[in-house]
Design a protein around this ligand. Sequence first.
Ligand code: RIB
Length: 309
Amino acid sequence: MAKIIDVGSYVVDLTSRTPHFPKPGETVFAGPFSMGHGGKGSNQAVAAARLGASVTMVTKVGKDLFGDHALEHFRKENIRDDYVLRDEHESTGAALIGIDDTGENMIIVAPGACGTMTEEDVYRAEREFQKVDMVLTQLETSMEAVEATVELARTFAKPIVLNPAPFQPVSDRLLKHITYITPNETEAEQLTGVQVVDEESARMAARILVEKGVTTVIITLGKRGCYVYDSEKGGRLIQGCSINVCDTTGAGDAFTGAFTTYVADGLAIDEAAYRANMVAALSVTRQGTAKSMPTTAELEAFMAKMSQE
Ligand code: RIB
């Protein structure tokens, strides 16, 4: 069983669907409103746990009702919560999410308590870093927490996956210790300055990151799949699949959580990326973020159906 430690965010998602996104200064009516579990760190933990990984979550929530819900959520999803801290002063974070008629999303995230995570908060879980196969993190907490996570992964020589979302500038000093990075096209451009529009530009962006010391770059490309690049094999497109999109929110989380699980399980990178594409594709056919993550049985059924079409 894959053992993963995930240092990341938990926030509550406040979601509504709207025919189109408002322009600055505009108010638009929205359809049904829903509240759910979110945060990129937590969503990736759910994706991994539902695919059978043993996941330890390191995060911080408030001493409030949303914080209580977070703990219930981790227990229900079989995610270890020994390192989920409660902050006396900061409230649990929240994300305001709009989804338009095409299933595209727009997110404003207020990380709240998890945005104040310190180096010390991460080092409380130091022992756990020794026991895992892979370390997973994103950029939705504080840069101090991200740096401590990278440092601990390095200390114990554990492969580390960085999902650079939401984008924050990442130093070259940090990048050179990253084993796998999983930006989408926008984040790849923000990290490298190369606008990713096709395979050639994906290769150029990925090469820049590899030259900075990242071992393997995986740029997610929506329904086209993902572009994998490392210095050993060069670049290659790993096919995705076309499906009816309901809600793209959390697709990147589905991909990264699944990819981490499969690599930790010992799958070759291309196979892990292919299966992670399928997990992300299945997740966008469903509404919501954490709740759209599939189990292994659901994934197998989906892949069997896709292979017949
Ligand atoms: O990646 C999707 C997530 O980003 C949402 O669940 C929301 O919480 C934001 O953090």
